[in-house]
Design a protein around this ligand. Structure first.
Ligand code: ADP
Ligand code: GLC
Length: 486
């Protein structure tokens, strides 16, 4: 028997399939459903971007603000894809085309402080029990966009205060704004302090969340350890060391209904760990689509944002080695212009051996997972990473740098692991030299198909679901609430 139900308000700026720029959306889209069997009801508070308002069903207006940062706003309660959502419909803040964070010119919206200040303020008011329809036990903010929720709650003079959790999905994005936004944000002057929202003379949304939340989590145990160090701490390691007792790492999972090779409608042939033969058909279709030679050779895949974090610039100089082994490469990604160009050039120069699609393409991502033999993720840092989890599920061996969630989810096929019949992929230190060595090691493993097949089966049997982690979050919420009762 489960003890009484807990109500949690997720405060987040992306939720798959309503709006997505990265893995945060996948997490926010899947974790609530995994928490339901643990006795946790999640309601998700999200800005009312056009795509959010277009997708909500069973919509009901539950609150009206005459003035939310210089314009009227409504809270719309609705459902989408099995999720319970409250969208902030504030046309002056959110009804804009394109990305949630920047305009068509690629520059951040100039009023982002207020746009996400509003998200945080509304969260705090709900957490304080001021909005009739919902009184959550816990406010759970994700990344910097919800970072000020704890500050509004702390400095708002409320009688009731929900407990607060701040989850870091990426410490690089901190929501830093000049001190002058303090006036616009309607926070009292005393909030601009070392204990509050101030960070090196600026207002730091994420810093505020880290300083003021009851608990901090991040998305893997290794990243939780890494961010306490200057090397990975992005200037926040000092604060995180002070708050070490409050910080923990809980691994992400993936939505097993979206990523299931046995039922996936986006791939050419379905398969599972017991019947892997149809996998070959996916490889053939993928190769045709990417105009690769049909030779039976090791096929590496990449599905990624093309940014410094993901380390793919290290792959470019190593490409000649990869091709010299006879292997092929497919790349699906968008991001930095120079990297897009580098991979597009490689596809042109190595016509038939390297394929490249610049863009965001969910269907192709599924086909790569089902048809490539190995998935490369040479990230310099990786809070968790999701493609390696999908790869495990599809029997595509992840070749990953040994950082963050990559270190926590892939078992290296070293000598001992092979001898024991264990191992699911390859790990390496995040340098170009070690990436090159890892590619050579992968090629050698590929030549031993008995070992490779065993690793594929191990990979496909790995539990990459949300089940274990949902239990951890539920336990964290329960501990927090028990603390209050003490
Ligand atoms: P991040 O959020 O840092 O980009 P994650 O590994 O957490 O990294 O999540 C990335 C998500 O985006 C995964 O679901 C991955 O499959 C998807 N993805 C990344 N790039 C592309 C792309 N070009 N096309 C389709 N899906 C992509
Ligand atoms: C961030 C991280 C990624 C993580 C995702 C979801 O975008 O870069 O590693 O998987 O958040 O938590």
């Amino acid at each position: 028997m489960k003890s009484s139900q807990i109500t949690v308000l997720f405060v987040v700026s992306e939720v798959y399939p309503l709006v997505k720029t990265g893995g945060l959306a996948d997490v926010a889209g899947a974790l609530p459903q995994a928490l339901a069997p643990e006795g946790v009801r999640v309601v998700t508070l999200i800005p009312g971007y056009p795509s959010v308002l277009d997708t909500l069903s069973d919509v009901e207006t539950v609150h009206t603000f005459e003035d939310l940062f210089d314009g009227p706003a409504q809270l719309l309660h609705g459902r989408a894809n099995g999720l319970e959502i409250i969208a902030i419909d504030a046309p002056h803040l959110y009804r804009r085309p394109g990305s949630p964070y920047h305009g068509p010119d690629g520059k951040d919206w100039p009023d982002n402080a207020v746009r996400f200040g509003a998200l945080s303020l509304v969260a705090a008011q709900i957490g304080a029990g001021q909005i009739a329809m919902l009184t959550p036990d816990v406010l759970h903010a994700h990344d910097w966009q919800g970072g000020l929720a704890g500050a509004y709650l702390r400095y708002g003079g409320f009688e009731r205060r929900a407990r607060t959790v701040m989850t870091v999905h990426n410490l690089a994005f901190q929501g830093l704004f000049p001190a002058s936004v303090m006036n616009q944000l309607k926070l009292p002057p005393q909030a601009f302090s070392i204990e509050g929202v101030e960070f090196h003379g600026e207002v730091g949304f994420l810093k505020a969340g880290l300083a003021l939340s009851d608990r901090i989590t991040t998305v893997s145990p290794t990243y939780a350890a890494e961010i306490r160090t200057p090397e990975f701490g992005m200037g926040l390691d000092g604060l995180l060391r002070v708050r070490t007792e409050r910080l923990s790492g809980i691994l992400n999972g993936i939505d097993e209904t979206v990523w299931n090779p046995a039922t996936d409608p986006l791939i050419a042939a379905n398969f599972d760990a017991r019947r892997m033969a149809p996998r070959i058909a996916n490889k053939a279709v993928l190769k045709r689509k990417m105009k690769l030679e049909a030779t039976d050779t090791l096929l590496f895949g990449v599905i990624s944002r093309l940014s410094w974090q993901k380390g793919l610039d290290m792959l470019v100089p190593v490409l000649p080695t990869l091709l010299a082994t006879g292997a092929q490469l497919v790349v699906l990604g968008t991001g930095e212009r120079a990297l897009q160009q580098a991979f597009a050039d490689a596809a042109r120069i190595h016509n038939g051996r390297v394929g490249c699609v610049i863009g965001y393409d969910e269907e192709l991502a599924h086909l790569i997972q089902a048809g490539a033999d190995a998935l490369l993720m040479p990230s310099r840092y990786e809070p968790c990473g999701l493609p390696q989890l999908c790869a495990l599920r599809y029997g595509t061996l992840p070749i990953v740098s040994q950082v963050g969630g990559l270190a926590d989810t892939v078992i290296d096929l070293n000598e001992m692991a092979i001898a024991e019949g264990a191992g699911t992929g390859v790990q390496f230190a995040p340098t170009a030299g070690m990436l090159e060595a890892a590619i050579l090691r992968t090629t050698a493993l590929w030549r031993n198909q008995r070992v490779w097949r065993r690793a594929q089966r191990n990979a496909m049997r790995t539990d990459v679901s949300w089940r274990r982690s949902a239990k951890r979050y539920a336990q964290l919420y329960r501990e927090l609430l028990a603390d209050r009762r003490k």
